[in-house]
Design a protein around this ligand. Sequence first.
Ligand code: ZN
Length: 310
Amino acid sequence: MATVGIDVGGTKLSSVLRDHGNVLFPLLRPAPIGSYDDLLLAIEDTVAGYRADHPIEAVGVCVAAWMSADRELVRRSANLGWDDKPLRTDLAHRLELPVTVANDADAAAWGGYLDIGRPTGNLVALTLGTDVGGAVIIDGRLITGTHGVAGELGHLVIDPAGPRCVCGTHGCLATYASGTAMLRRARALASESPGQFPMLLSGTSSHDITGLDIARAATDGIEGPLLLAEAATAIARASALISRVIDHSTLLLAGGASSIGAPLVHAVKSALTDTELIGPVHPMPNILLVSDPDFAGARGAADFAARLLV
Ligand SMILES: [Zn+2]
């Protein structure tokens, strides 16, 4: 039983083949910048590439978008710039295959959940990318909610007096813990106190710092705790708030910024220890990372597609 999973991001399109439970042939290509039809063509082309050598039976696609509860309509996709599109039906018609469409954070959480061996207990996932996405898995089931938008954890308000968020409110988790926010914070810190960030600034100016510079400085430099404190504190507060409802045992970090790796996990653990909301009934969750953030969404989407066939 072979399926294809495709994760449509703002700048890249990642895909995998899933064959009898094995995830194979990961592929990254630039996402089409343009119309909805351009995206349909790019997906069609990606599937055709796999189909040349494998009998594909279903396709799973995930997008950064608000979906309708039945997953038939992409209600709103700010990154991709189009609204109210019947993506599932359009793809099924073009590909002449069963197709399922999911939210990208849901798919990345599911791919990560499979990746870490389906831990028992409840799981909360945060995808730390351009935005912060979220997902909740309870007793092995992904919770999508009454209206299809459960798990939008990136826009939990951490501090109502915090910076304005793209969603219109202030102090959302995303304003502190997205990759964009981490980059902005690192540039500001390095600009204010360059002497404290020797690794971060080696070979570059504060204005030109990239996500890779942050990851390298957090891993090999002395700057990790300072660089990651704000994001880690926000993640810890969000986890503590969510635990009041979900009582999760695993906090899974996915998305591009999760590739910072162990220093980020350490910073979140440290912040959780200091978070006042944590009490004896809500012990610290096990904090885990997806092994390959670029392909967690595609992997999850390919598994969703396989479920169409059983
Ligand atoms: Zn927000």
